[in-house]
Design a protein around this ligand. Structure first.
Ligand code: AMP
Length: 430
């Protein structure tokens, strides 16, 4: 017997519906905020995908040679594909440019709860603005998405890459070592990160600053940022980074968006290309990030384009679905007003098909009974599957342009005029 490949999943109807629901709301959000959808290939050249991702993701790509001998890989993230477009076909588009992409990604991660080898993301990217209102928009949009989905108690872990970079640059630490520090911080290995700094011969003042910084976090954003300012006072660009994060969070707050945050001065994300505010939404029920975002002003340049500032976010659809499930939030299903149309006799079958078509045109989901079962068996089957209404089409009623409408939950039925059928169903309260 064949099975799915390790780390791959079949999504059965309930889960598929949950996934598509999150996808649909994320698409609605893209339209409401002016992000235009683009569809890029799942398969890209290995070199493009490997160019500017983290070492960890690079090692876990599904890569192979195609029959033409090209080294290719399944995309592990959207950003490289979007950057390729922005550096080429979209190069001359006016700014700002807002792009949305949604689809599956592939990483050879160790499968575990919330970690799959095939997963879905909804991705929003805003190109062309260095201003804090662009960062604020990405935070507000993410908050809007999670709120609309009905998620409770979520919080944004927030930091700024340039706080750490500002300190380490001033201390003369090379980019390679800085990346190692970032990777360790991403894994919460603060001691090991400090050890690298110590080995790199940074000043004693720097070590003390880092130690204090890694311990600084809290839910009162402006209080935390006040402390961080004091801690990094000897490092000019680190201070500018704190000011930038302050401005972003102030804009969000003054816009009336209530963002629950956890500001962490030592927060780093694994991806190398971030150059500003970074964040991850999370819920207490799940020990993993629901998404990841931030600013990456130098990425497009790295892909051969001009220097175009950018800020964006990748929402992890699978983990959002898991969190909603844990919190018992279900999408409203189409089943509420679903209808099965059953023909009593062969000669009324064409009419049953015609009626189904008319009901669907009014937006009702309709199935036709196609198994040739008796009425009682067809009704039992409709009941088992939670269909809300049955329309029974029989030659006798048809003579008077009528059918039987049965409300499944109440086990009540009545004869209704065909011309009133849609109205009767739409107006009924089941
Ligand atoms: P990243 O692209 O690594 O910044 O991840 C962004 C978001 O994608 C994460 O916060 C997760 O929600 C989701 N994600 C990343 N890797 C996986 C995975 N292996 N399985 C499920 N979701 C993932």
């Amino acid at each position: 017997m064949f099975k799915t490949v390790r780390g791959m999943r079949d999504l059965m109807p309930i889960d598929a519906e949950r996934m598509r629901h999150v996808e649909q709301v994320s698409r609605t959000i893209s339209k409401l905020y002016g992000y235009e959808e683009i569809i890029t290939p799942v398969l890209e050249s290995y070199d493009l995908l490997a160019a500017k991702t983290s070492e960890e993701i690079r090692e876990r790509m599904y890569s192979f040679k195609d029959l033409g001998g090209r080294k290719v890989a399944l995309r592990p993230e959207f950003t490289a594909s979007v950057a390729r477009l922005v550096a080429t076909k979209l190069r001359n588009e006016p700014k700002p440019m807002r792009l949305f992409s949604v689809g599956s990604l592939y990483r050879y991660d160790e499968p575990q709860y919330g970690r799959f080898r095939e997963f879905w993301q909804a991705n929003y990217e805003l190109f062309g603005s260095t201003r804090p209102e662009a960062d604020a928009e990405i935070l507000i949009l993410t908050n809007d998405l999670l709120k609309r989905l009905g998620l409770q108690n979520y919080r944004f872990k927030i930091g700024h890459t340039e706080i750490l970079r500002g300190i380490l640059n001033q201390e003369g630490m090379d980019e390679g070592k800085q990346n190692s520090v970032r990777q360790l911080l991403d894994k919460k290995s603060w001691e090991e990160a400090l050890a690298i700094a110590r080995d790199a011969d940074v000043s004693q003042n720097c070590l003390t600053t880092l130690e204090r910084l890694f311990e600084t976090r809290g839910e009162d954003a402006f209080q935390v940022l006040e402390s961080v300012k004091e801690i990094v006072q000897d490092y000019e660009s680190a201070l500018a980074a704190v000011e930038n994060l302050w401005k972003i969070l102030e804009l969000v707050k003054d816009s009336g968006t209530q963002l629950e945050v956890m500001v962490e001065a030592g927060f780093a994300r694994g991806l190398e290309y971030y150059t500003g505010m970074i964040f991850e939404p999370y819920v207490p029920e799940l020990d993993v990030a629901l998404g990841g975002g931030g600013r990456y002003d130098k990425l497009i340049q790295l892909f051969g384009g001009e220097s175009i500032p950018a800020v964006g976010v990748a929402q992890g659809i699978d983990r959002i679905v898991l969190s909603l499930k844990k919190q018992g939030v279900s999408p409203k299903t189409a089943k509420e007003k679903s209808v099965v149309v059953i023909s009593m006799k062969n000669e009324s079958m064409a009419k049953a098909l015609e009626l189904s078509d008319a009901l669907r045109k009014s937006g009702l989901p309709v199935e036709v009974a196609v198994m040739g079962r008796s009425i009682s068996k067809a009704l039992a089957d409709a009941d088992r599957r939670g269909v809300a209404y049955a329309v029974i089409v029989g030659p006798e009623e048809l003579k008077e342009e009528k059918v039987v409408l049965r409300e499944m939950k109440k086990s009540e039925q009545r004869t209704v005029e065909i011309s009133n059928l849609t109205q009767e169903i739409l107006a009924s309260s089941t």
